[in-house]
Design a protein around this ligand. Structure first.
Ligand code: FE2
Ligand code: FE2
Length: 265
């Protein structure tokens, strides 16, 4: 199921399939007859549509949030992040299927993938209501980098994807909601509020399973987190941090503050 989502290129098709597979997974769990976690080879890169054109971030045109075009560019960038997140959450399942994990691990990532699929659709609906669509603008080419860098290290994947990248989403989303609120774009505000409320759980899933694996390997979680972020994450962590939401997600300040002052690697 994961590989099927990963190898589907069109965004609306990918997210529809993702939601269908998530519903099948949870229906089987509820019926007391859970689906087995099988074995499959995920692709090195997930299938993506012919549009958007993927560019080096330096070549993606700058956005002016004060203008309608600037706000469309923000929504477009968010749609791109959400589509990437659908693939990231499905990828972790087959990628690390050789590591025995409790059933709740799979529940969490299937749920997260289902959430991201909803997020992509909500943001695309908002874009389409403004006469644009996902694919109308160029997008960031480097989104799969974190997945490639951590393709052989489950703890590294958890440290970088939910605990750094998705936690960063908690920091920046309130400011984006404010931009759309000022523009009186209620549809985009509603979409971003759903995203903001649901992303806390994804960071929490990452923290939960990271701590679980630290326990299994008798590693100190804070030290392990610092080592793995330094090894696999190439940017510095940027304050200001949303300390309240990060705390809610199981990310204490001594995890991220010591990495904040370090230059990009
Ligand atoms: Fe999301
Ligand atoms: Fe997420």
């Amino acid at each position: 199921m994961a590989v099927e989502v990963l190898t589907t290129a069109d965004g609306r098709e990918k997210t529809a399939l993702s939601r269908r597979h998530a519903a099948t997974w949870f229906a089987a769990r509820a019926a007391g007859d859970p689906l087995p976690v099988g074995r499959a080879d995920p692709p090195d890169f997930p299938a993506r549509p012919a549009r958007p054109e993927l560019l080096d971030p330096r070549d993606v045109p700058r956005r002016r949030p004060g203008s309608p075009e600037g706000r469309k560019a923000i929504l477009h960038a968010i749609a791109h992040i959400e589509l990437n997140a659908v693939d990231l959450h499905w990828d972790i399942i087959p990628r690390f299927a050789d590591t025995p994990m409790p059933a709740g691990f799979y529940d969490d990532w299937v749920k997260a993938a289902d959430d991201e699929s909803k997020h992509f659709n909500l943001v695309c609906d908002a874009l389409e209501a403004q006469g644009s669509h996902y694919g109308a603008l160029p997008a960031h080419a480097g989104m799969w980098r974190a997945a490639e860098d951590t393709a052989r290290d489950l703890m590294g994947r958890l440290a970088v994807v939910p605990m750094v990248l998705e936690a960063r989403g908690l920091d920046v989303t309130p400011g984006m909601i404010e931009i759309f609120r000022q523009a009186k774009d209620t549809q985009s505000v509603a979409a971003l509020e759903v995203i903001y409320s649901e992303e806390v759980a994804h960071v929490a899933y990452g923290s939960k399973w990271f701590h679980f694996l630290c326990g299994r390997h008798e590693a100190d979680p804070k030290d392990a987190f610092h080592d793995l972020v330094r090894r696999y994450f190439h940017g510095g962590l940027k304050p200001p941090f949303n300390e309240e939401k990060r705390a809610e997600a199981g990310m204490p300040p001594d995890f991220y503050w010591p990495l904040a002052s370090e230059p990009a690697r």
